[in-house]
Write a protein that binds this ligand. Structure first.
Ligand code: NDP
Ligand code: GDR
Length: 377
């Protein structure tokens, strides 16, 4: 098969950083996104369609609809004019589905975003998490080779700040050693290194984006930021009295997903494949996220007690709004993440546009609207 289907190595090399600001050159680009139904997949699909890409996504069979985040892209014919967005059934645990889709779609870029992405859940579903997040990454890399496209396709791997885990230095950059602290992070560690190995062994254009936490109104409901903004919106509308959290003291470097998908694309427009940290450089605790969300609705939270007996109390009414439930604690925790994205600034000219306060406001505004429309959401 060789280079036949999607052009020569020459074509690959001409797909260089000069295209960074020019959308015209992207009309012949074909992206395949695994995990297109997720938070990042939906923002990335939107971003690439605007750049005139043909966008293909892999979705898995589910007993309920799992395409809510990308429905608007279908609803608006302009967004996928000429059928520029297509979905295919597949699964990261099913090699033959990956081979068939890659062979049919002949992508010029593949973004591997599919994952069992919940850290706490990975302690319960450890083997499955390794199947999808570790072996799944190997499967898709091998599918590219099976289709003879390893010298033509550009590959993005969704690596993560969770790799740093038990942090040995702050802030963390591309040189900081890894120390994973969950089955999720261990699986992603395999994903990281198999991407580096295939890059070196087969001269593949493959990059790891080491992305720090990024959130949005489309964030999954059981990640802490979205859980907080949904709950505070419900409290504002008298649909809930209080909610429960686990560790309030862990600190994260939280950015906005819309900024981060742009960095994924930028990585694949470089002359040479390499790995990048993507982060804001700021860190905030879960506690601060709670406080900022209540501030958005004009209320102030005060903390009383300690350990599992700590509560968040609303200043004027004295009503308890936050309780601790140890069921949300993790067997091993990642205490502090703060990224140093100076390589991305230097080489990609990437900087985050959305501040922490804007992120909280964006999520709160969207959740208040959502809960007004649908109180049982
Ligand atoms: P989500 O959990 O929102 O989305 C995950 C996607 O993967 C969904 O589309 C899901 O499909 C799909 N998926 C899960 N299992 C399979 C499977 N077996 N086969 C095919 N598809 C599957 O994650 P995010 O959008 O937040 O994150 C995207 C990627 O980036 C993930 O790999 C995550 O681990 C990584 N990451 C995320 C960060 C963040 O802060 N958001 C930071 C760093 C890395 P379905 O909709 O059917 O469930
Ligand atoms: P994280 O995100 O584990 O960083 O992984 P999450 O929002 O789940 O947790 C962040 C921190 O908040 C603490 N926490 C709680 N977390 C959840 N989910 N629910 C709670 O009730 C709660 N209370 C406190 C956690 O202990 C943790 O310290 C995310 C995912 O998107 C990964 O896929 C990605 O790789 C990393 O971000 C970067």
């Amino acid at each position: 098969t060789g280079d036949g289907a999607t052009g020569s190595k020459q074509a690959r090399l001409s797909n260089s950083s000069k295209d960074l600001n020019g959308d015209a050159g992207d009309a012949n680009k074909v992206a395949l996104i695994t995990g297109i139904t997720g938070q990042d997949g939906s923002y990335l699909a939107e971003f690439l369609l605007k750049k005139n890409y043909e966008v293909h996504g892999i979705i898995r069979r589910a007993s309920t609809f799992n395409t809510t985040r990308i429905e608007h892209l279908y609803a608006d014919p302009k967004a996928h004019k000429g059928g520029r967005m297509k979905l295919h059934y597949g699964d990261m645990t099913d090699s033959s589905s990956l081979v068939k889709i890659i062979n049919k779609v002949k992508p010029t870029e593949i973004y591997n975003l599919a994952a069992q992405s919940h850290v706490k859940v990975s302690f319960d579903l450890s083997e499955y998490t390794a199947e999808v997040d570790a072996v799944g990454t190997l499967r898709i890399l091998d599918a590219i080779r099976t289709c003879g496209m390893e010298r033509t396709v550009r590959f993005y791997q969704a690596s993560t700040s969770e790799l740093y885990g038990k942090v040995v230095e702050t802030p963390q950059n591309e040189q900081t050693p890894f120390y994973p602290r969950s089955p999720y992070a261990c699986a992603k560690m395999y994903g990281f290194w198999i991407v580096v190995n295939y890059r070196e062994a087969y001269d593949m254009f493959a990059c790891n984006g080491i992305l720090f936490n990024h959130e949005s109104p489309r964030r999954g409901e059981n990640f802490v930021t979205r859980k907080i903004t949904r709950s505070v919106a419900k409290i504002l509308l008298n649909q809930m009295e209080y909610f429960e959290l686990g560790n309030l003291d862990s600190k994260r470097d939280w950015g906005h997903a819309s900024d981060y998908v742009e960095a994924m694309w930028m990585m694949l427009q470089q002359e040479k494949p390499t790995d990048f940290v993507i982060a804001t450089g700021e860190t905030h605790s879960v506690r601060e996220f709670v406080e900022a969300s209540f501030r958005h609705i004009g209320r102030e939270i005060q903390w009383r007690g300690s350990g599992v007996n700590e509560v968040g109390v609303e200043r004027d009414t004295d009503i308890v709004r936050v309780r601790i439930n140890p069921k949300y604690f993790r067997p091993t925790e990642v205490d502090l993440l703060q990224g140093d994205a100076s390589k991305a600034k230097r080489e990609l000219n990437w900087t985050p546009k959305v501040s922490f306060q804007q992120l909280v406001s964006d999520m709160m505004t969207a959740d208040i609207e959502l809960m007004k429309k649908n109180p049982i959401a």
